[in-house]
Write a protein that binds this ligand. Sequence first.
Ligand SMILES: [Zn+2]
Length: 335
Amino acid sequence: MLLITDERMKFHDPGRDHPESPERLGAVTEALDGVSDSTWAKPEPASREQIERVHTAEYVDRVERFRGRSGALDPDTSTSPQSVEAAYLAAGAALDAVTEVVSGHYRHAWALVRPPGHHAEADAARGFCLFNNVAIAAAHARDELGSDRVLIVDWDVHHGNGTQHSFYDRDDVLFFSLHRYPFFPGTGAAGETGRGAGQGYTVNVPFPGGQGDGDYLAAFEALLVPIADRFAPDLVLVSAGFDAHRRDPLGGMDVTEDGYGAMAAVVQRVAERHADGRVVLLLEGGYDLAALGGSVRRCVDVLNGAPAPAIGSPSAQGQNVIAGLVDLHRPKWGL
Ligand SMILES: [Zn+2]
């Protein structure tokens, strides 16, 4: 497994007491200390052209004006003097990760980055995110690396609005998101399923809050696995946030390290069946430092061959949500 990170991403400082703190990256790298079967690398910054596959030139110009200074791109998204450099490195880490995995040098890669990306829209920063790292990586895989079908799994507790909107009318990038709903950023209802050629290629799993390992795994088995079997992705990307952890201060969910490890195992199984095992993960949210580090470590260990944790049954509430979604997506995906 390839692990890509850079100390310079710690210089992105959104301000005192901000949950998306520089310490998050230190918690992750400490938790991965001594991990086996892994190689560490530093990223190249993304180029402007690579970022403009997803973002408008006007928006990139706006971000550039924040280079070297403190300011606010959006009420939740503040910059310090080195934030823009960090954002280019985060997107670059995502690009390097897909390039190394698609070229066959590594089966798995993880871009351990901040700022996170999945809330960033084509023309706007949002929710601690400057550039949409996962969308930029998916677009690069499609346009430059010869990927035909990319599956994006987003298990961050918040809906990946920016990622959904980047591919909403396309049938070559399938976006599958589990999240709390209604919740920030307000999108991610079950009925948001794509548009035009993309109809059916957005699958949202909106959980009301409080759901845990059994619910997430049941949604994976009832929806993600059979849909991925039809879609047959040749690359699997994961927007891996850990703010659905039961100790997270923002999420209000009940997922544990075991749950994340089990989710990673299912993603790996999907990738092995269709994509020569190619999985690229990107760090998104996760605001309890110990829960974040422990969860990332569990996922890496599982992807490196540790047994998948056993997970219990879903709650009645979780089963209810999943049953409704199976009905909704049955016509398109033959569930
Ligand atoms: Zn989040």
